[in-house]
Ligand binder design. Structure first.
Ligand SMILES: CC(C)(COP(=O)(O)OP(=O)(O)OC[C@H]1O[C@@H](n2cnc3c(N)ncnc32)[C@H](O)[C@@H]1OP(=O)(O)O)[C@@H](O)C(=O)NCCC(=O)NCCS
Length: 180
């Protein structure tokens, strides 16, 4: 289902859709490729394989797609290939961004911003948008700051035996809500 219309970056046209169960194998590929490019400095290949097969398992991705309190949007290029995605879930008045990934080749073309914006517009009565990001992922932190997010606090996570410093970030929602 087309979600929000067609968008352009220079001559590149892309469209945003609600993900369906059929998209899962391709979503897993996009997540894996982007994970390797993003977190290669933190984790070795074995750990990335373990994390991506666990966190991005068919069961977990199916839940994000089927749960009515969640939304998974995908961006597709002109050829219909998935080039980015955003998973969000609503808990009371808080919208949690659990995944926002754009394939490296398509980054800085406005796709991440559009996926985020469309995800927020989808939900009613959201006061706060929240997320967690690795403290060393300065690219993502810069991006989120530009989108109006502020750092809340830092904390340490143990991921596969590796201690990772992360930040929680949030912003107050100022957008008009369209649908539930
Ligand atoms: C972070 C990410 C989702 C941003 O998506 P994107 O499509 O590359 O970002 P956009 O092109 O929509 O950027 C929107 C704005 O932020 C700016 N921006 C993006 N990344 C930036 C960076 N690293 N430093 C400074 N500005 C940045 C863009 O220039 C653009 O500015 P503009 O609105 O003035 O034109 C994407 O880079 C990504 O997938 N990174 C790897 C995965 C990741 O770290 N995800 C977050 C996990 S919590």
């Amino acid at each position: 289902m087309l979600f929000g219309g067609k968008f352009n970056y220079n001559k590149h046209m892309y469209t945003i859709h609600k993900a369906t169960l059929k998209n899962i194998p391709e979503i897993k590929e996009v997540l894996k490729k982007t994970w390797v490019a993003t977190y290669g400095y933190l984790f070795n290949e074995n750990i990335i394989n373990k994390i991506t097969s666990d966190w991005h398992s068919v069961e977990r991705l199916s839940q994000s797609i089927k749960n009515p309190e969640s939304l998974m949007l995908i961006a597709k290029n002109k050829s219909g290939k998935i080039i980015g995605l955003c998973s969000t879930s609503k808990n009371n008045r808080i919208l949690k961004i659990s995944r926002l990934y754009v394939l490296p080749k398509y980054q800085k073309m406005g796709i991440g911003k559009k996926l985020l914006e469309q995800s927020i517009l989808h939900f009613k009565h959201i006061y706060t948008i929240a997320l967690e990001v690795e403290a060393l992922n300065t690219n993502a932190i810069e991006f989120y700051k530009l989108q109006g997010f502020k750092t809340d606090k830092s904390f340490v996570e143990n991921i596969e035996g590796i201690k990772i410093k992360s930040l929680s970030m949030f912003k107050k929602n100022k957008t008009v809500k369209k649908t539930s």
